[in-house]
Design a protein around this ligand. Structure first.
Ligand code: DP6
Length: 421
């Protein structure tokens, strides 16, 4: 039987995985169960210090069934996507030995052993910030370590893909391409790293978390409707994206911000045009999103070259990518001018890498109130302000891929009983 004198041992692994934002969007599946896309996509991984999922996975002969807790609340693992990921990983499990703890698990034992999984996002799930991407990537990465899989990161991405398409891109840091693949079984639909986060390290990312009362259509059902009804989506997947992918790869390789920004904005806008072209039309952006686009476009047009790129996923939040720290300071000045905080707590209104605020000379509310209108608005009607329309800003940057957290104090499960701490 299984080694280990008592049945009380618990073996566990904790990992931390970043989220990602697509700059060439994935929208539309050719296989719903395997989650195979109709086009390639490219993303940038966000710094896990500001946005990440931490997951602890544990195995013990004392566990009676597979169980999972998300943000401390128990959730069901019966969904097809969880089941597909768990099956694919168990099929590839290998022998594991922990000599110190006197535990030996044989390859064939994994089918009989149950798992406990605890996952935690360091950002609110409700904010609509791609929590499923980081979540499934972290689950797959942590389980692969626990069960000693021999697969490489790309092969793991093809498993994470079956949890949520965008999750496959969170297995790497920096810039990542999800290759759509052509095999029927999905074995070649996986993520590859284009460049790591150090190759282009002056980019700054500011996320505007936009206040909204509306519950949006999920990505899964939204893209299903678009595939069924939008002719623009067919044209996009066949004619537009293949060319854009090549141009984007070139822009990333050369750290060519002008080209990067043009492609990123155009692709976000086309994705939302596809949503509008679906029947019935799907609206993810709201008035605030549109205002942010206008601010970015007006500023970019007033300069010789683009200073900022914007991109929006299946929700109203804006992800703004600034050329460098200097332009990020100018960006945050503009954003705080148009969207001043509702309360006078600047510290909770701009979170993440607060050094951008210092660079912009914005250390208190007095500085924000004293901001002059941006020069590009000059000849226009006095600009209106939209207090309260943005919930908060998150300042971050491109970041690294998944890591193991060796420090047991960071585990989300108790090492004695395998239950949430
Ligand atoms: C707009 O990966 O959330 O964010 O595969 O059905 O789980 P499923 O969808 P999901 O879709 C993400 C769509 C997007 C664009 C992108 O991330 O590429």
């Amino acid at each position: 039987g299984m080694a280990g004198e008592s049945r009380n041992w618990v073996l566990m692994v904790t990992a931390q995985t970043p989220t990602n934002i697509a700059v060439i969007k994935y929208w539309g599946k050719r296989d719903e169960n395997l989650i195979l896309p109709i086009n390639d996509s490219i993303s940038v991984t966000l710094d896990p210090n500001h946005l990440c999922t931490t997951t602890t996975v544990a195995v013990s002969p004392s566990f009676k069934q597979d169980r999972m807790w998300l943000n401390r609340k128990e959730i069901s693992l019966s969904g097809g996507r969880y089941q597909n990921c768990l099956r694919e990983i168990r099929n590839r499990a290998c022998d594991v030995e922990d000599k110190k703890k006197g535990i030996k698990i044989l390859k064939e034992d994994w089918g009989k052993l149950h798992l406990h999984i605890a996952s935690y996002n360091n950002f609110p799930t409700a904010a609509g910030l791609a929590s499923s991407a980081a979540g499934f990537a972290c689950l797959v990465f942590a389980l692969a370590k626990l069960m000693n899989l021999k697969e490489d990161q790309s092969q793991l991405s093809a498993i994470a893909r079956q949890g949520s398409g965008s999750a496959c891109r969170s297995l790497y840091g920096g810039f990542v391409k999800w290759i759509m693949g052509k095999e029927e079984n999905g074995s070649d639909s996986l993520a590859v790293q284009l460049t790591d986060e150090k190759q282009w390290d002056d980019l700054v990312i500011v996320i505007a978390v936009v206040s909204s009362r509306q519950k949006e259509t999920s990505s899964t059902s939204g893209m299903r409707e678009s595939v069924k009804t939008s002719l623009l989506l067919q044209h996009r997947a066949k004619e537009i994206v293949p060319k854009r992918i090549l141009q984007m790869e070139e822009a990333i390789k050369n750290c060519d911000f002008t080209s990067f920004a043009q492609l990123t904005c155009a692709d976000s806008n086309q994705f939302h045009a596809v949503c509008m072209d679906s029947c019935p039309p799907i609206f993810y952006m709201n008035d605030t999103s549109h205002r942010i686009i206008n601010i970015a476009e007006k500023w970019n047009r007033s300069e010789e070259t683009p200073q900022v790129a914007y991109t929006f996923d299946a929700g109203p939040n804006a992800v703004l990518i600034a050329r460098n720290r200097q332009t990020a300071a100018l960006l945050i000045q503009r954003l705080l001018y148009y969207f001043p905080p509702n309360s006078d707590d600047l510290n909770s209104y701009v979170i993440g890498d607060k050094s951008i605020l210092q660079d912009a000379g914005l250390t208190g509310m007095k500085d924000v109130e004293g901001l002059p209108p941006p020069p590009e608005t000059k000849d226009n009607i006095p600009s209106q302000k939209y207090k309260g329309d943005v919930s908060h800003f998150i300042c971050t940057r491109p970041g690294r891929g998944p890591v193991l957290l060796a420090d047991e104090s960071l585990a989300l499960l108790d090492s004695e009983n395998g239950l949430p701490k």
